[in-house]
Design a protein around this ligand. Structure first.
Ligand code: GN1
Ligand code: MG
Length: 342
């Protein structure tokens, strides 16, 4: 991305800094993200929203504004443009700017008890703050985002689309999918959810205290199962979802225990059906993401950004493997969830 364009875009926002420099942040499979520095100090995060994925980018801002109108502060705030919008449009692309939280950090994986506890706390706080909002006017930013039935239909289509050599992965997906038949999306309580609450979307301060959830593109109605499952799958997996050596994938029980301790306030307020399905959600979310990654691999990498060969396939194998491991730990999780919900 050229510097002149980035400077031009920044000049559309209500900021007065000069001598800005940029660093592209390469993690993230959807948007283009840049860290913006003044005098070598990180000051802002600038993002270009992926318009292929977000067909109505203004829905993102609509939902965030509704939260603000209800006087709920979820942490992130956008800097307004000179025309008083939380974004600017350049060449039909939406760009937005946020303040960089000084001294903050994120983790891709962890084995730190405090990080696990704080992650549970951050996720619980998020849901406790949002639980009483009237959902009527919130937009479904990506319809059916976490609807497994639909994701499996898309997957079937991709399998038939062309000759491929993913027989083992396809067979494994078909075999594992029956584990999730018990989750009926139409019977789940609909709440306002983050919908991408993985560990590296939680901001921490230097002392490893949890701050808030970032990457708020997908805040829309959904089920708490999705947020719980996404957070836990990344917290207890000893390696990242891009690790090629599947033997390195383990379920860190200690991380789960500390996470549950932090998440306790929400365990006391969610309903019985949700409580019953929480442990299964830790296998559901990596399974669903694995299905999505393999679907995209078969379709020729049209959805997720890929930076090396077979990236989607590697992610799919890893995510599906973790889902199998999570299923083996279901009883352990259920025991702790039950114990901490009374
Ligand atoms: C995508 O780009 P990123 O990492 O924020 C995806 C999530 C997946 C995640 C990878 C809108 O998020 O659903 O969990 O990759 N976001 C979208 O696992 O598809
Ligand atoms: Mg995201």
């Amino acid at each position: 991305m050229d510097k002149i364009l980035l400077k031009k875009i920044l000049s559309d926002f209500q900021i007065s800094d000069d001598l800005l420099t940029f660093n592209k942040i390469s993690s993230g499979y959807i948007n283009d993200t840049f860290k913006v520095f003044t005098n070598n100090t990180p000051k802002y995060i600038l993002q270009k929203i992926n318009s292929k994925v977000f067909k109505n980018p203004e829905y993102i801002f609509h939902n965030i504004n509704l939260i603000k109108d209800n006087s709920v502060n979820i942490g992130i705030t956008f800097i307004n443009s000179k025309s008083n919008k939380p974004y600017t449009i350049n060449n039909s692309a939406y760009w937005r700017l946020m303040n960089y939280e000084p001294g903050s950090k994120t983790f891709n994986t962890t084995n730190d008890n405090l990080v696990a506890f704080e992650s549970g706390k951050v996720l619980s706080n998020f849901h406790e703050k949002l639980k009483n909002l009237d959902l009527t006017n919130f937009k479904e930013i990506i319809p059916n985002f976490h609807n497994l039935t639909l994701r499996l239909i898309q997957f079937e289509k991709a399998c038939n689309y062309k000759e491929n050599n993913c027989f083992n992965e396809i067979a494994l997906i078909k075999k594992l999918s029956t584990n999730f038949d018990i989750i009926d999306n139409t019977k789940l309580e609909i709440r306002l959810c983050h919908n991408d609450s993985k560990l590296n979307n939680i901001l921490f301060n230097q002392a490893n205290k949890g701050l808030y959830l970032i990457d708020i593109d997908t805040i829309m109605p959904g089920s708490i199962l999705y947020d719980f499952g996404d957070c836990v799958r990344t917290l207890v997996n000893t390696v990242s979802e891009e690790e090629k050596d599947l033997n390195k994938i383990e379920f860190n029980k200690e991380m789960f225990k500390f996470f549950i301790d932090g998440f306790k306030p929400s365990l006391k307020t969610i309903n019985k059906n949700e409580l019953k399905l929480l442990s299964l959600s830790v296998a559901l979310m990596p399974f669903l993401h694995g299905v999505r990654a393999l679907t995209d691999h078969l379709n020729g990498n049209k959805y997720f950004k890929v930076t090396y060969e077979n990236q989607n396939l590697i992610r799919a194998k890893n995510l599906i493997k973790f889902s199998e491991i999570a299923l083996l730990n279901k009883e352990y999780m259920t025991r702790l969830i039950t114990k901490n919900s009374i």
